[in-house]
Design a protein around this ligand. Structure first.
Ligand code: MG
Ligand code: MG
Length: 266
């Protein structure tokens, strides 16, 4: 059975629990803005990791990625043909790189998970368009996160938009429920037909995270056992928000203070 058709059971989050996730989300949104502002040619990806870890700890929170399944750092940094799960290290950022940031925060036992791609310095029109389409795809997916819709309506909206722009969505990695753990049911694919999977209601909290490739959708993990790259080695971009389904519609818990969102978005 495809992940888009399966119905998964789990406990809905209570309003007081979503309040705690809102705090975790606010810290993470601000952290990502800080890291993105630091992206510039000549810095290493490990320099950016230090910015993230310092920010999170200074705000009394825990960098959730450290030690998660053995991941060594506070933030995943994936450059150009790297899709997700890049490990910070000695790599020096170059003018025009597409830099994907993905980070997680825990406070009071509750998680937030978010990220986005930015250009390092002056980048090509292709880099900028891929980043823009990815963030628009995320917003289209978020707009579907409302009571009465099915889980697969999210991925359907993402895939339809991305493919209409001439790019492709990654199938091998999906979004997820989030709460006391980073990865909880249900899975949230970025593709598929509408009308399948769980029916959303208030108390769902989802990490929606389209990965958009300039070329083919296939990806693989390299020898470091973490970094995911495109099979065709073309560019990939990423965007993720932690989103609570409320009776009024989606509430994005990880909005960045400087994030520009189209009118009508949550
Ligand atoms: Mg993430
Ligand atoms: Mg995630």
């Amino acid at each position: 059975m495809s992940v888009t058709t399966r119905v998964e059971s789990f406990r809905l989050k209570r309003p007081q629990e979503i309040d705690k996730m809102r705090v975790a989300g606010r810290i993470l949104g601000a952290c990502l803005s800080e890291v993105a502002a630091a992206v510039k040619p000549g810095l290493t990806t490990l320099d950016l990791d230090k910015v993230a870890e310092t920010f999170i700890r200074d705000h009394g929170a825990i960098p959730g990625f450290i030690g998660y399944n053995g991941f060594p750092n506070s933030i995943c940094i994936s450059v150009n043909d790297e899709v997700v799960h890049g490990i910070p290290g000695k790599r020096v950022l170059q003018e025009g790189d597409l830099v994907s940031l993905d980070c997680g925060v825990i406070i009071d036992g509750w998680w937030s998970d978010s990220g986005y791609s930015v250009a390092c310095g002056e980048a090509s029109p292709e880099v900028l368009r891929l980043i823009d389409v990815t963030s628009q795809a995320l917003e289209r997916g978020i707009a579907m996160a409302r009571p009465g819709n099915h889980i697969s309506d999210i991925g359907h909206a993402v895939q339809t938009f991305v493919e209409g722009e001439g790019f492709s969505v990654v199938r091998q990695f999906v979004g997820h429920g989030i709460g006391r753990d980073m990865h909880e049911p249900p899975q949230v694919p970025n593709y598929g037909r509408p009308g399948f999977g769980n029916v959303l209601k208030p108390g769902y909290v989802l990490a929606i995270e389209p990965m958009v490739n300039a070329g083919r959708p296939e990806v693989h993990i390299i020898d470091d056992q973490w970094t995911v790259v495109t099979d065709d080695r073309r560019l990939s971009s990423y965007a993720e928000h932690t989103v609570a389904v409320t009776e009024h519609g989606p509430e994005v818990l990880t909005r960045r203070p400087d994030e520009r969102v189209e009118a009508g978005a949550a």
